[in-house]
Design a protein around this ligand. Structure first.
Ligand code: GLC
Length: 567
């Protein structure tokens, strides 16, 4: 049950004990987790029916990707109504039931908010298209006249994250070409104009709508993109949309975003329940570099968390991981925030496949892997993924898991072209397979239709046959399975207070071994990750708490992580 008093004598939640500082949060991608009605698309009642899985796993909270009314051009990140549930996912009553059931089970619920853009089917955008240039309706978006003699050129050189220009031209009622509108993503996702106060007021009202329905926080989509540089100037000519994470881009990480998040923090703080550890939280999806700039998003009066994508993108090389972990910890310590670790989500190649390539060669971001690309080594990838997760879950701070990673699911790399739905595929002229490969429906029961995803064989993306043996029921209670590994890691992490611990490096190990101790409530826990080519001895007298693979001869094999209590 939620709302347990923190035991703090002052009667208010002491910030350094607040639940989110070391929470493990599990991302559910609603289309692909559990389908209750057999239409092949997951839904809210399906999620509610499977929440016990998360309790048995041992996570603290669930984050739901968007389930709002949407034409689904970008799998729900194109929202037509921020305050309602799309019929393919259920109803508002289903959302309420999900939140209530999760809270009964002691799980918190984070929902997505998409403030950078709406769907082109949102009432505001329809009204804008039907209105004159210069009208109040158009002023909620970024409409501009084109360049060139007849306005035939886009207003600037910005590129869409999904490929192609970030501008589309409208057609006037008389059929002649009209103004252009900005869309950093698909043409069906027009960007809002955050210099217009009506936009901020509307999004704050949306936050209140969901807080009043008792959600525990928000993951903020494209949190670094809301404010654009004054005058929408051209960006660097060599701009590569696949690396959104650079500074110096006029559409990202502009100073003005921080004002928005200060206001949002004040708003969610109104909903905290003193003494009850019920902080409502805000987590940024911000692909921002350098990492010190990212830390600005989690200053004390701004957001609670911001995904550390630098860690996610770090290759499987000990020296680079050590630097990444150090920078991750020191950057947020400077502002008094915890770090937020993540290895997989619905936009990147699953880490069980990403790590199945030689270091540096793994595809990370939204470009995906297609059947004609070099294929990852599945055994190597899974082995390293388990070691990487054990490394991540030992680190102080909060961590996010992506549905199916607890089963060791690989990316679906052999999807047929005709199955692809990610707009990246079309917008890149079929050069980038896109993100569908990490979004395939999850297998629950090996011998049921759709591997137990739903009551029928229907799945909105085809499931690889390899998912059968990875189904939850094939791993449940099976010693050494990835599912049991995750359960063990999460239990030990909690028991030993690793998420609230202090990390100290141990400089005794070979250079390609990461070795550190995390000192939490239960004393020191030692962690070794072997990224070298030879097994390394585990110090004699150690008491092993968890390991990402077998430990023959009391040694740590390559691509394996162990947690132990030192002698
Ligand atoms: C974020 C989402 C991604 C979506 C994009 C546009 O990056 O995670 O899935 O396509 O925003 O909303």
């Amino acid at each position: 049950m939620l709302g347990t008093p923190s035991g703090d004598q002052s009667g208010t939640t002491r910030d350094d004990r607040a639940w989110w500082r070391d929470a493990v949060i599990y991302q559910v991608y609603p289309r692909s987790w559990a389908d209750s009605d057999g239409d092949g698309i997951g839904d809210l009642p399906g999620i509610t029916s499977r929440l016990e899985h998360l309790v048995a796993l041992g996570v603290d909270a669930v984050w739901l990707s968007p389930f709002y009314t949407s034409p689904q051009r970008d799998a729900g990140y194109d929202v037509a109504d921020f305050r309602d549930v799309d019929p393919i996912f259920g109803t508002l009553a289903d959302a309420d039931a999900l939140v209530a059931r999760a809270h009964d089970l002691g799980l918190r619920v984070i929902v997505d908010v998409v403030p950078n853009h709406t769907s082109d089917e949102h009432a505001w955008f329809r009204e804008a298209l039907a209105s004159e240039p210069g009208s109040a309706a158009r002023a909620r978006y970024l409409f501009r006249d084109g360049r060139g003699d007849a306005g035939e050129l886009p207003p600037n050189n910005w590129q869409s994250m999904f490929g192609g220009p970030a501008w589309s031209r409208t057609t006037s009622p008389d059929g002649s070409p009209g103004q252009w509108y900005l869309h950093l993503f698909d043409a069906s996702q027009p960007d809002l104009d955050w210099t217009n106060p009506e936009v901020g007021d509307e999004l704050e009202s949306v936050l209140r709508f969901w807080l009043d329905r008792d959600v525990d926080g928000f993951r903020i989509d494209v949190a670094h993109g809301l404010v654009k540089a004054d005058g929408l100037p051209d960006g660097p000519e060599n701009f590569d949309p696949a690396t959104q994470a650079t500074a110096l881009q006029p559409m990202f990480d502009q100073p003005g975003v921080h004002e928005i998040y200060r206001a949002w923090r004040r708003l969610v703080d109104e909903y905290a329940v003193p003494g009850a550890d019920r902080d409502r939280i805000l987590c940024a999806e911000a692909w921002v570099l350098p990492i010190d700039s990212l830390a600005h998003y989690v200053r004390p009066d701004e957001l609670h968390q911001s995904f550390n994508f630098s860690f996610l993108m770090t290759p499987w090389i000990a020296s680079e991981l050590r630097i990444s972990i150090d920078e991750g910890l020191t950057s947020v310590a400077a502002v008094g925030a915890p770090q937020t670790w993540v290895l997989s989500n619905h936009d990147v190649v699953r880490h069980a496949s990403r790590l199945g390539y030689p270091p540096q060669a793994g595809r990370t971001r939204s470009e995906g892997i297609g059947p004609d690309d070099p294929q990852p080594d599945p055994a190597l990838g899974l082995r390293r993924a388990r070691a990487a997760t054990a490394l991540m879950l030992a680190l102080p701070g909060s961590a996010y898991l992506y549905q199916g990673e607890e089963l060791g699911l690989p990316e679906a790399t052999l999807l047929p072209d005709e199955a692809r739905q990610d707009p990246t595929w079309e917008r890149s002229n079929h050069t980038s397979p896109g993100r569908d490969g990490c979004r395939v429906p999850v297998p629950w029961e090996a011998d049921r239709p759709s591997f137990g995803f739903g009551p029928t064989d229907a799945t909105w993306l085809p499931q690889p046959q390899s998912y059968r043996d990875l189904a939850v029921d094939r791993q449940d209670g099976v010693d050494g399975s990835t599912l049991e590994l995750y359960r063990t890691l999460l239990r030990v992490r909690r028991d030993r207070g690793l998420g609230r611990g202090e990390l100290t490096w141990a400089d005794v190990a070979p250079a390609d071994v990461l070795a550190f101790e995390v000192t939490g409530d239960a004393g020191a826990t030692a962690v070794l990750t072997n990224l070298g080519t030879e097994p390394v001895p585990i110090p004699p007298g150690s008491r092993v708490l968890a390991a990402s693979g077998p430990l023959p001869d009391s040694a740590l094999p390559v691509d394996t992580t162990v947690w132990f209590v030192p002698a």
